[in-house]
Design a protein around this ligand. Structure first.
Ligand code: SF4
Length: 87
């Protein structure tokens, strides 16, 4: 998980805490399975996913890759939801 300047309390509970964050930034065309394994058992996946949808462009957040977050955002926009984090 990419830790940025706005570290929040939920990140203290992250399953990926202390893990080499490079697995959350797979190269283009590379699978994100290793990162997603952490996300599936993470107690703060919902918070992380909402954060990722609102603020993050790169990396895996809440079990979603960059492309998957774009797809969610696009679906929400089509459905007329202004806040992509509520999906
Ligand atoms: S959902 Fe995934 S990226 Fe987010 S904090 Fe948990 S393990 Fe890390």
């Amino acid at each position: 998980m990419p830790i940025t300047a706005d570290i929040t309390a939920w990140q203290d509970l992250a399953a990926c805490r202390g893990v080499d964050h490079r697995i959350f930034y797979p190269d283009r065309g590379e699978r994100a399975d290793d990162a997603k394994q952490f996300c599936r058992r993470c107690p703060v996946m919902a918070q992380c996913r909402a954060h990722g949808l609102q603020k993050e462009t790169y990396g895996v957040w809440g079990g979603l890759t960059e492309k998957e977050r774009d797809e969610v955002r696009n679906k929400l926009r089509k459905n007329g939801k202004a806040d992509a984090s509520t999906g």
